[in-house]
Design a protein around this ligand. Structure first.
Ligand code: OSB
Ligand code: MG
Length: 408
């Protein structure tokens, strides 16, 4: 029996498990009172859905060829709100994993949501904030709740958070390849598709020469690099060579939890540093800006624990004239729909890692799929809630594990 299923045997709320092996369907539709606040949550459904990537994605910390997509669906008053936990299977980008998120949601977060009716997003954020860390797990629940809350208020997610943009600028993040020629082919493809910024994953041994070749072939594109913490301050002289290439930014060159060495490094480089992994909440963002550890911030809803914190970081950066952009975690369309809503805020002035569905998967979990126009922008939907239809039958066909928590 898997560790996930063993955990379930100790659950104090009612829960039902579906796993492919059991060949047993569980009906999760429990329609209750209509959705006027306070919102009584009927159930929280978790699904683990395996999606192959159209091509492997390699970063300085490893290579993957599929994503185990962790979906959360909150049910209330006959409505379903959808969210996604962006944790990976291994604790390489951060300490969270699909397994830790499952544990924390099952034992702490879902009970907190099911316990008492919720008055709104602030009430939810307060309930979740009593628990330390596990931002991706918290964000997954918050995203699902926000979709639900937007539906109850007849609003799109973008308008719920006071987003202003109707279209958002996007870029693409290109993984480490076997050869520079392979990389150049991909740069060519995404430049010709209109993507406004190309980001190259780098690591020691796949950095200066590669960036040099891409820059020589494309002298004018917006180009950035992301090291995912592959270097230390001792590499400052080496990294300084990147100053020759007119990069938009160098993302997270140093340790995942550092803001001090980054401040030292920023003093030694002309190229703006951007922090990703290090910015786990608004306080860290403020610390990084106070210390001048970076000049740009990448905001990921999952990494910072939800919309409320993401918006707080956005607001801080706007107040200090620091550009922000929306990062990605190879999400399914459900997580991506939330990213699109977030990136509609006025302060998201740089292209986000929000690529077309087809860049990631053969088929996405939403329709219509996310597409990028020839000018490198994505439309912000103005339909109520997520703004995309969730393809439940397709999700069902790819679900490896399904768990449903309901009130006792
Ligand atoms: O560091 O931005 C990152 C993907 C997984 C984990 C970390 C990162 C990334 C990406 C991909 O760069 C961004 C995307 O979703 O397109
Ligand atoms: Mg990054």
């Amino acid at each position: 029996m898997s560790i996930l299923l063993q955990h379930l045997l100790h659950h104090e709320f009612r829960c039902a498990i579906f796993s492919r092996a059991m060949q047993q369907l569980f009906t999760s539709d429990q329609v209750n009172e209509n959705g006027a606040p306070p919102i009584r949550v009927d159930g929280v459904e978790i699904r683990l859905v395996r999606l192959s990537l159209v091509e492997p994605f390699e970063t300085s910390f490893g290579k993957i060829d599929s994503r185990l997509i962790f979906l959360i669906c909150i049910k209330a008053g006959g409505l379903s709100g959808w969210g996604e936990v962006v944790a990976s299977e291994k604790p390489l980008y951060s300490y969270e994993t699909v397994g830790t998120a499952f544990h924390v949601i099952k034992d702490f977060l879902a009970p907190a949501v099911l316990d008492e009716p919720l008055t709104g997003p602030d009430d939810l954020a307060k309930r979740l904030s009593q628990f330390r860390g596990h931002n991706m797990a918290k964000a997954g629940l918050e995203l699902a709740f926000m979709d639900l809350f937007a539906q109850l208020n007849n609003q799109s997610l973008s308008s719920l958070i006071n987003g202003e943009r109707k279209r958002i600028a996007v870029g693409v993040s290109l993984g480490i390849q076997r050869t520079t020629a392979e990389l150049l082919k991909r740069v060519e493809r995404y430049v010709s598709l209109g993507y406004q910024r190309i980001k190259l994953k780098i690591k020691p041994g796949w950095d200066i020469d590669v960036v040099n070749e891409v820059r020589r072939a494309y002298p004018d594109i917006l180009l950035s690099v992301d090291a995912n913490s592959a270097y230390t301050l001792a590499d400052a002289d080496h990294l300084r060579q990147l100053d020759d290439f007119g990069l938009l930014m160098i993302e997270q060159p140093l340790q995942n939890d550092d803001v001090v060495d980054h401040a030292q490094l920023q003093k030694l480089l002309k190229t703006p540093l951007c922090l990703d992994e290090s910015i786990v909440n608004q306080r860290q963002a403020k610390a990084a800006l106070d210390l001048e550890s970076c000049k740009i911030i990448n905001i990921k809803i999952g990494r910072v624990g939800g919309y409320s914190e993401a918006v707080a970081i956005h607001d801080l950066c706007v107040a200090r004239s620091v550009p922000v952009w929306c990062g990605g975690m190879l999400e399914s369309g459900i997580g991506r729909a939330h990213n699109i809503a977030l990136a509609s805020l006025a302060g998201f002035t740089l292209p986000g890692d929000i690529s077309a569905s087809a860049r990631y998967f053969e088929r996405d979990l939403i329709s219509p799929e996310v597409t990028v126009a020839a000018d490198g922008t994505v439309a912000v939907p103005d339909e109520i809630g997520l703004g995309f239809k969730v393809e439940v039958p397709f999700i069902e066909s790819r679900t490896e594990t399904r768990v449903y928590f309901s009130r006792k």
